[in-house]
Design a binder for this molecule. Structure first.
Ligand SMILES: Nc1ncnc2c1ncn2[C@@H]1O[C@H](COP(=O)(O)OP(=O)(O)OP(=O)(O)O)[C@@H](O)[C@H]1O
Length: 265
């Protein structure tokens, strides 16, 4: 690669979304949405219920096929690829509902993803768990869970489970991490701690994180930048201060008075 091409590659956003659209029957769930996620950025995607946030996420990781548009990871097109392929290329995801195996220990759960990443056979699970233990512990250390490595996931608090889930997502060494309502169902203090951890991972690992969130204290307290969807369309983009004072956002979302203390679901 020439010096100019190398410099250009370094400047490239991690994820570049252009004119993304998806309709379900007569409902235009996502309508011509374009935005960039920069390297080392913590970007929040917010909007009222039904705005299209989940549909957007599901297109980014290949779970839903876009009707049109483009999603590029460091310049490489992701549309049309399977979720497993997109995951292997470096787009990780955490879900609203935690998905660890309760009877397995914390370290075994992390080792599972390391095996899967290397396409190892699960029949050799015991030896693989042993082989991946150091890496699993290093990942657990990143999320403050190394001391609990040998406890079964089934006995952990919800906040700790979310940390394990984060370690599992990091096991694939993602360049981009999609976090779907990461703090849903958590107590206020746990919420702040988890997002503080995500922010630290963004700056320490140079990870790019896109997250959806209904808790505006979390969004305004942690996101470097915010994008706002309403009825499938991107209506605003900016810093917390810009979004808070944006008249259209106030009218369509923040003015509704439904975001603080919204029932989780
Ligand atoms: N599989 C589907 N089939 C039909 N309509 C769908 C489907 N998925 C989403 N929709 C519709 O698309 C629109 C966007 O939904 P989406 O779940 O993406 O919004 P959201 O912003 O994630 O909402 P929430 O904050 O409630 O999770 C809504 O009108 C929804 O009813």
């Amino acid at each position: 690669m020439s010096d100019t091409a190398t410099a250009r590659a370094a400047e490239q956003p991690s994820l570049s979304i252009r004119n993304l659209s998806k309709a379900f029957g007569g409902v235009q769930a996502v309508n011509d949405v374009s935005f960039d996620l920069a390297k080392g950025e913590l970007l929040a995607l917010i909007g009222p219920n039904g705005a299209g946030k989940s549909t957007c996420f599901n297109m980014l990781n290949g779970q839903i096929r876009a009707d049109s548009g483009s999603v590029r990871l460091a310049g490489e097109e992701l549309i049309g690829r399977s979720p497993a392929d997109i995951w292997r290329r470096g787009v990780g995801r955490t879900f609203q509902i935690t998905a660890t195996f309760p009877s397995m220990t914390v370290a075994e759960n992390v080792a599972m993803v390391l095996m899967s990443q290397r396409r190892e056979l699960f029949s050799l699970f015991r030896t693989a768990v042993h082989r991946h233990r150091d890496k699993a512990l290093a990942l657990l250390d990143l999320v403050g869970m190394a001391a609990q490595a040998d406890r079964p996931c089934g006995v952990l608090s919800y906040g700790d489970l979310k940390r394990v889930e984060l370690a599992v997502a990091l096991g694939n060494e993602p360049r981009v991490l999609l976090m779907d309502e990461p703090t849903a169902g958590m107590a206020p203090r746990e919420r702040i701690e988890l997002m503080g951890l995500a922010a630290r991972l963004v700056s320490d690992l140079g990870l790019s994180v896109l997250f959806t969130e209904h808790d505006m204290d979390i969004v305004f307290g942690h996101a470097g930048r915010i994008i706002v969807l309403s009825r499938g369309a991107l209506i605003a983009e900016g810093t917390a201060q810009e979004i808070r004072s944006n008249p259209l956002v106030l009218k369509t979302y923040l003015g509704e008075g439904q975001i603080y203390g919204r029932a989780e679901g």
